[in-house]
Design a protein around this ligand. Sequence first.
Ligand SMILES: C[S@@+](CC[C@H](N)C(=O)[O-])C[C@H]1O[C@@H](n2cnc3c(N)ncnc32)[C@H](O)[C@@H]1O
Length: 458
Amino acid sequence: MKLDLIPATASTTEALHISADWRGEDISLYLDRCQVDTPQDLVAATWRAVEQRRAHIGTVVDFGAGDGRFARQGRYASYLGYEIDWNRCASDTLPANARIVHRCAFSDVVENADLAIGNPPFVRNQDLPAGWRQKVAEQLEARSGVALSGLANAWQYFFLLSLLSVSEDGLCAIVIPYEWVSRPSAARLRDYIRSKGWNVDVYRIADATFGGVLTTSAITIVDKRDATGRWRYFADDGSGGFQQLLSESGSACGHIPYRSARSTSPDSARAVRGLSPGSQQIFTLTEAQRARYGLAVEQDVIRCVTSLRHFPPTSGELDEEAFDRHFRYAGQRCWLLNVADEPSARLHAYLDSIDDDAQQATSTCRERPVWWKFKMPPVPDLLVATSFKGPIPKICSNSIGARAVGGVAGIYGLTVEATQAFMTAVSDLDIRDRIVAHANGLRKIEINQLNALLAEVR
Ligand SMILES: C[S@@+](CC[C@H](N)C(=O)[O-])C[C@H]1O[C@@H](n2cnc3c(N)ncnc32)[C@H](O)[C@@H]1O
């Protein structure tokens, strides 16, 4: 690992080696989202997990070193950190055997480190500039043969990079979202690790660890030495220790499987994720906003549900009265812009009132030929809140014909009798221990888990 320090004057764009299509505001948005400091006790717990497995560590690499806090704990012969934001590096206070370089983590080929440690950036795939993502994806695929999912978030690229940068006898100890153990978007990474037979231990951390970040984190240890293909899962027991879990979800039967709707017949029931129109702030309105812009119901806006949080769990049916009470006159975003036909003069006036920056703020809007023109989804038979705290997600039948938006998924293709039968069957279930925890006690059911549930209970 021989590297020269890039001068501190290099801009972040240069350090990232990215194309000009990554604009200044994209970089600051990216940095804003990914600069979360690891609490010192979590850094210490990660080092403890390393020291339980190795008596001596030679070379250490940290991709996304921040202020170098992983360098300040632990014992090693030499540490090399990569950090793109030079303002974050406090290199003058590093231990003498540690250094941080102002470079993109993907700008060098590091091989044969004893340990890759750290907390890589948590940035959603849609917030990663296409130029950068494509470049690092190609580089990683060339090195490993693994084509990460297009839905992979930033930490997956850093995780794979860490795996490739340690020796055949090496160790990888990184803090990443716990959901990697089950999410379909991380399947290729899991398959790759399984194909190598490396041992994996995942320690789930209490939700409060990262105040502002809505995710459940985990110290993930991948040990290439003595590979027996063993995977273990642990949860923070609240008193500084960890308790081994029976499976990744904690239950004896594991998590609800993923089943694509394509594996069932075309006319049978299927779950589909809620519409992502671009920005809910622009495309979904409250009743007060609708009235202010004089937008006509049915013509300019149509009913939608963006959240079932305020909908009573026992209601069961979303009819006109429930819609008015819990959504329309409760200040909820419940009107979706009706852009299926040519907009009326009123709707045009509303769209014209959105300033250029807001129009271009999401990649969904930027990539459309006409920034506001999305394809209107059909009306689902059932609405399902994909995030939930109770025994099952909130589900209601949709007699008012509302569109499912955002975290509210739709179930389509059910007859009236099947709708009733499904709701009755589901109401007896408790699936909490069959879904991997997401954050703050919230669980999130994936669309293809809903499809599996549909197949299971019907
Ligand atoms: C979650 S923070 C962790 C910082 C520090 N290691 C800690 O644990 O507190 C991730 C860090 O990765 C840096 N980073 C993001 N993308 C990077 C890249 N392509 N190359 C190098 N560093 C990067 C960010 O600036 C940020 O400091």
